[in-house]
Design a protein around this ligand. Structure first.
Ligand SMILES: NC(=O)C1=CN([C@@H]2O[C@H](COP(=O)(O)OP(=O)(O)OC[C@H]3O[C@@H](n4cnc5c(N)ncnc54)[C@H](OP(=O)(O)O)[C@@H]3O)[C@@H](O)[C@H]2O)C=CC1
Ligand SMILES: O=C(O)[C@H](O)CS(=O)(=O)O
Length: 487
């Protein structure tokens, strides 16, 4: 199928594997990539064999040795050039992203700039991997502590942010001195290939970043079992994250796991209601609700519940569902039919448990089979799949509460611990609630908390490790202590 988008730089579209700095277009075992807005096939992508994977490992190991010959400042300059190339190609990268993932072009552009910010941030962090000296207990001894690259890393990334989630792994990895083999989601391989293409143009050594595609189970087993891979970083479902965690134990890999979320969002009676409504809309409907930090469970104090629901209904009615390439679109399609079936089943379960459907609740068939309407549901019980499961759809579920203790208990009552949000103007309450919520990230009076300079990540079943900030580079380093006796 011919690609329907026109790019300033058509070379950004790569449909092969990237191994050892070369694009490998196989003519075997190709898998199709679809445009979720039209369900039309965009192109076919090459699938890696075991030999390709072994070649990628060898290339990554050689590239790491080459990368070690660069000074931190030289590595920093190349990473900064990569950032500049992403910015220069941002419009093309956004078109590719919308084409394969479906999000509105403005959101796709925002993701590209967000992804680029990790290269900008880690270009600087690359020069600040400081060690330390420790006063020795014995005479004539010097104690050094150094931080060295952990080794060849494997990255597995999801379809919901196909550029930013890879950028958030590659940038700290190469800044730390590591090589990486990345496997992007099968639904969105083109964004990963385009990002890697620009890395080569920036001057990274061949093999420092390899991008492979193929059968995720087989690739997962290869990554987990190969001892040459010293670190695995994954963003995706908790279910797959657990499998990877279990299967990396035998080769004792360093792990980063950014998994599922089920974010609570609490509106206390003293909140600024307009700020809260704005925060709810922004945290719920970004990427059509397909983010791991979307607010899933909206708790509104019963004294203001009707007022907030009325305002939410007005704002939701303004949201335009449509093709991501339409400049007026604010919500794109879901990623695939499996996601639509999941969303419909959550709504049906809620309605059979006395929930009130205020708006939406189904697909807009005039637009296409994957266009799920922005939905508002008022729930009378928390014994719902909508409460217990990650929604990953534009469904806004509202619950009432009366006391702080009650709502904090409800907010903490799922196995997840990624993002959480609450709205209050009372500083004593803000301190107390922020302390009581069991989450890796908390937004207070805001629904948008992700940035390159902060430690993004969760607790409990939402994963391990952090991405972004100075913490993010530590995931790609290992500690070495040297005891020197100057005898
Ligand atoms: N925390 C987050 O940011 C995300 C959370 N999710 C959650 O996951 C749910 C399912 O979404 P989905 O895309 O299926 O997420 P998955 O976790 O299934 O997929 C995420 C990535 O993992 C790969 N993968 C899947 N199984 C394996 C395996 N056994 N070994 C190695 N890699 C594997 C996928 O490859 P392939 O595409 O080839 O299957 C993809 O690259 C969503 O509904 C949402 O709840 C999803 C995306 C992001
Ligand atoms: O995986 C996700 O959903 C992203 O981490 C969300 S964000 O970083 O773009 O907020």
């Amino acid at each position: 199928m011919a690609l329907e988008i026109t790019l300033f730089n058509p070379e950004l579209i790569q449909t092969g594997l990237l191994i050892d700095g070369k694009w490998i277009n196989t003519n075997r075992d190709l898998f199709p990539v679809f445009n979720p807005a039209t369900n039309e096939e965009i192109c076919k992508i090459s699938i890696a064999t075991e030999e390709d994977l072994l070649f990628a490992i060898d290339s990554a190991q050689l590239a790491m040795k080459e990368w070690q010959k660069y000074t931190a400042k030289e590595r920093s300059k190349i990473i900064k050039t990569w950032y500049e190339l992403i910015i220069a190609n941002a419009d093309d990268l956004a078109k590719i992203l919308t084409f394969e993932q479906g999000k509105p072009l403005t959101e796709a552009k925002g993701e590209i700039l967000y992804g680029a910010s990790y290269f900008e941030w880690y270009a600087e962090e690359a020069k600040r991997i400081y060690g330390e000296t420790i006063p020795a207990n014995q005479p004539n001894q010097k104690i050094l502590v150094e931080y060295e690259p952990v080794g060849v890393c494997a990255a597995i990334t999801p379809w919901n942010f196909p550029n930013a989630m890879l950028a958030r792994k590659v940038a700290p990895a190469v800044a730390a001195g590591c090589a990486m083999i990345a496997k992007p989601a099968s639904q969105t391989p083109l964004s990963a290939n385009a990002l890697a293409y620009l890395g080569l143009k920036a001057g990274i050594p061949a093999g420092l970043l390899n991008v492979i595609h193929g059968h995720s189970g087989q690739i997962g087993e290869f990554f987990c079992s190969n001892p040459a891979i010293r670190k695995l970083t994954f963003t995706g479902s908790t279910e797959v994250g657990i499998w990877l965690y279990q299967n990396c134990a035998n080769t004792m890999k360093k792990m980063s796991l950014e998994l599922g979320g089920n974010a609570p969002l609490i509106v206390f009676e003293d909140a600024d209601i307009d700020i809260a409504v704005d925060g709810i809309i922004k945290s719920k409907f970004r990427n059509s609700g397909q983010t791991c930090v979307c607010s899933n469970r909206i708790f509104i104090h019963n004294s203001i519940r009707d007022t907030v629901i009325e305002k939410l209904g007005i704002e939701i009615a303004k949201l335009k569902l449509g093709n991501g390439f339409d400049a007026t679109t604010q919500l794109g399609p879901l990623i695939d039919n499996k996601a639509v079936i999941h969303a419909k089943s959550l709504v049906e379960d809620a309605l059979t448990n006395n929930a009130q459907l205020i708006t939406g609740g189904n697909i807009d068939i005039n637009l296409g089979e994957l266009f799920f309407q922005p939905t508002l549901i008022n729930c009378e019980t928390t014994n719902l799949r909508l409460f217990k499961e990650e929604i990953f759809a534009p469904i806004l579920a509202v619950y009432g509460f009366d006391s702080d203790d009650e709502v904090i208990k409800l907010a903490n009552s799922t196995p997840y611990g990624l993002a959480s949000y609450f709205f209050s103007q009372n500083i004593k309450r803000i301190y107390h609630v922020a302390e009581a919520l069991q989450y890796g990230m908390i937004g207070v009076n805001t629904g948008i908390i992700s940035a390159e300079n902060v430690p993004f990540g969760g607790v409990k079943m939402s994963g391990l490790g952090r991405e972004g900030g100075h913490q993010g580079i530590e995931e790609y380093l290992q500690t070495k202590y040297v005891c020197m006796s100057l005898v």
